[in-house]
Design a protein around this ligand. Sequence first.
Ligand code: MN
Length: 319
Amino acid sequence: MLNGQKIITIEEHYWDRDLSARYQGVESFRDAEINKRLFDLGELRLREMDESGIDLQIISHGAPSTQKLPADIAAEVARGVNDRLAAAIALHPTRFRGFAALPTPAPEAAADELERCVREHGFVGAMIHGLTNEKFLDDKMFRPIFARAAALDVPIYLHPAVPHPAVMDAYYKDYMQDFPMVIRAAWGFTVETATMAIRLILSGIFDEHPNLRIVIGHMGETLPFLLWRINQALSRPGNKSNSFRDIFCKHFWITTSGNFSNPALICSMMELGIDRILFAIDWPFVPNPPGVEWIKGTPICAEDRAKVLHGNAERLFRL
Ligand code: MN
């Protein structure tokens, strides 16, 4: 709680041990303190939530989640991952809710798994991390997932993962050794996720599904800052008729995960309105205290702060 307002955080991660064992070397890349927290769905997580006054976490798997599995086993593995998360949530139902991990390499199965998780486990939607076998989500093969999300009326959270191998090679390889974050949270993640969002809009998917709702983190992955320019450029002669700004403002919600910046927040409020902005930390990659301290001191009115802290999430996810 913050001044009597409930605090809900939207992009808070964990790792499933079975899934982790399938991605060789993933644990050794990370700091031991981060690993300890990622594998905790109980005491340590709750203690750090309590220390910062966080009432509810919406928990999601870390990148790349189930997006890099072979298609023939993806559905079965994802079911296990989701069932184990649901069991952990059931132990603390007032403190945790969940995003489903979807077996996107098998899109029809992914759509079914989304429905199963929403109906059986009460998950609030799904989180998808970056590319699936080097394909962006606007590829026609993934349409069943978005159709089902629209039918169920639950949001899809587009989360970053490391860029396409050809992009890493062409854009980042000179600096990846000394700065491993350049392909991740420092820049590569942002480019990849913003590109995903732009491609989805250009694909016309929002004409097919007028109620499809998408969430992106990190204060909108630069898109609020660039909205005017993207929209103006896409309306120049030679482009197919489109309404980029209208689609973005109608179908997208953004979270504050890992981007506790007043200028970024104010820009996002001016472009999207306060009702589209949800509080998130990106725990444990980012610790809770700086996020809560920041939102406490942001130069916005108490009513807007309450919307960011919990009101917008309660409405979007029907909590
Ligand atoms: Mn994250």
